[in-house]
Design a protein around this ligand. Structure first.
Ligand SMILES: *Cc1c(COP(=O)(O)O)cnc(C)c1O
Length: 372
C-alpha cells in the first residue's frame, strides 16, 4: 500500500498548538523538572481519572516497577512470583533489586498468570506476587487477592497495558497494593516517556517520592539510596494534553478491534483475543494465535509474508523471558508450558487509533489468503 510501512503502533499526539500552549509557561518559569507545576497538575488529573487517592509519577514504567519493589524493603533472598509471558521490564525489575523471580505459568485465554498455580510456588521466602495484565486482559484479581491475604504477600501489578481500562466499573489501576503503569510512546496513553504507581499505603508513596529523587529528603538530609526517576515538565505537559483525548482514542481503537474481529473470526487456525466479561477494554493490542495444523503455515511464516507486504507485526512476547540469554541458564521455559506454547504462536497485528479501515481490510485479506 503506497509502499509505506504500516507499523505495529503509532504514538498518539495532541495538536501541536495544544502542546505549545501547555508548555508556554515554562519559558517564563524556567522550571523544567523536579516536581514542577505540570507534574503537580498531571498527578492530580490522574488521581481523578483513576478514582485513586494516591498516584506517584515516575520517569517511565520500568522505574515504577523497580522502585516500588525497592520501596517495599523486602529482605535479601526474597522470592517474587511472576509470569514469564511479559516484557523484559517486569522480571528485570525483580532481579535488579537483587531478588529472585519465581515463574508461574499463564492462563491460555487471558495470557495472564494462572492464579490456580500460584499457591504451589509459595515458599517461606515468598514476599510478593507480581502479575501482569497482559494485552489489557485482567488477571484473576479476586483469587490473587485472597492468596495474598492468606499468606501475607504484597501484590504489585504490572499494569503497563491497562491505561483507561475498568474492571467492574473500577479503574484497573486500583487493584493490588500497587499498580505500575507505563506512559511510553508506544502505549495506549503516552507522556512521551513516563510511568506512575497507583498505591494504597501512604508510606509507600513517601518512599517512592524520595527514591525517585536520589533519596534526598531536604538540603542536609539524604535518607535513602535512591536514583533519578523524576518525570520532567515536558513529559507531564504531554500527558496533560493526551489525557484530554484519551476517550476518543480508545473509541477509535474499539472500531479497529471490531473490524479485525469481523474479518478474522472465521479463518480456521487464527484465534483472536476476546474482551473479558466485566472489562471495559482499552484495545491496547491485537494479538492472534496461529495454530499451524489448522491454518496451514506457521506464525513465523505469516510474520514474514506480512513483512514482505510492508506490514510490521510483532512476536510479542517472544522469546519468553526464561529463554533470554541473561536468564536461560537459571530458568527453564519447560516449567511454564502454556506460556511457551503461546509465545511460539502469537503475533500482534498493527493497532492504533488512526489505523484506517482500508488498511485493516488489506491486512485481513493477506492473512485470509496466506493460510491453506
Ligand atoms: C512497556 C512495558 C513496561 C515498561 O514500561 P516503560 O515505560 O517502557 O519503561 C513494563 N511492562 C510491560 C508489560 C510493558 O509493556
Amino acid at each position: 500500500m503506497n509502499g509505506d510501512k504500516i507499523l505495529v503502533t503509532r504514538s498518539s499526539m495532541p495538536g501541536i498548538e495544544e502542546y505549545i500552549e501547555e508548555i508556554r509557561p515554562m519559558w517564563d518559569s524556567h522550571w523544567l523538572t523536579n516536581m514542577g507545576q505540570k507534574h503537580q497538575l498531571f498527578q492530580e488529573q490522574l488521581m481523578s481519572y483513576f478514582g485513586a487517592d494516591n498516584v506517584e509519577l515516575l520517569t517511565n514504567g520500568h522505574m515504577a516497577l523497580e522502585m516500588t519493589i525497592q520501596a517495599l524493603d523486602f529482605p535479601a533472598g526474597s522470592e517474587i512470583i511472576t509470569s514469564p509471558f511479559t516484557f523484559a521490564s517486569t522480571t528485570h525489575a525483580i532481579v535488579r533489586n537483587g531478588l529472585t523471580p519465581v515463574f508461574c505459568d499463564i492462563d491460555d485465554k487471558s495470557y495472564c498468570i494462572d492464579a490456580e498455580k500460584i499457591e504451589a510456588l509459595i515458599t517461606d521466602k515468598t514476599v510478593a506476587i507480581m502479575p501482569i495484565h497482559v494485552y489489557g486482559n485482567i488477571c484473576d484479581v479476586d483469587k490473587i487477592d485472597s492468596i495474598a491475604k492468606k499468606y501475607d504477600l504484597k501484590v504489585i501489578y504490572d499494569a503497563a497495558h491497562t491505561f483507561g481500562e475498568k474492571y467492574r466499573d473500577i479503574s484497573v489501576a486500583n487493584y493490588g497494593d500497587a499498580s505500575c503503569l507505563s506512559f511510553h510512546a508506544t502505549k495506549v496513553f503516552n507522556s512521551i516517556e513516563g510511568g506512575a504507581v497507583v498505591y494504597k499505603n501512604i508510606n509507600l508513596g513517601k518512599r517512592l517520592y524520595n527514591l525517585k529523587n536520589f533519596g534526598i529528603l531536604d538540603e542536609n538530609t539524604v535518607v535513602d539510596v535512591g536514583a533519578n526517576a523524576k518525570m520532567n515538565e515536558f513529559c507531564a505537559a504531554m500527558g496533560i494534553c493526551n489525557l484530554r483525548h484519551i476517550g476518543e482514542e480508545i473509541e477509535k481503537r474499539h472500531t479497529v478491534y471490531d473490524r479485525y474481529i469481523a474479518g478474522l473470526k472465521d479463518i480456521a487456525g487464527v484465534l483472536c483475543n476476546r474482551i473479558q466479561d466485566g472489562v471495559q477494554s482499552n484495545y491496547a493490542y491485537f494479538p492472534i494465535i496461529i495454530d499451524e495444523a489448522e491454518y496451514g503455515i506457521s506464525r513465523d511464516t505469516l510474520h514474514n509474508i506480512l513483512k514482505e507486504k510492508n506490514i510490521v507485526t510483532r512476536k510479542y512476547f517472544y522469546p519468553l523471558i526464561t529463554d533470554f540469554e541473561c536468564y536461560r541458564d537459571q530458568f527453564s521455559s519447560a516449567d511454564t508450558p502454556v506460556a511457551k506454547w503461546v509465545s511460539d504462536r502469537v503475533l500482534t497485528l498493527p493497532m492504533y487509533a488512526d489505523l484506517s479501515i482500508e488498511v485493516i481490510d488489506y491486512i485481513v485479506d493477506i492473512i485470509a489468503k496466506a493460510g491453506k
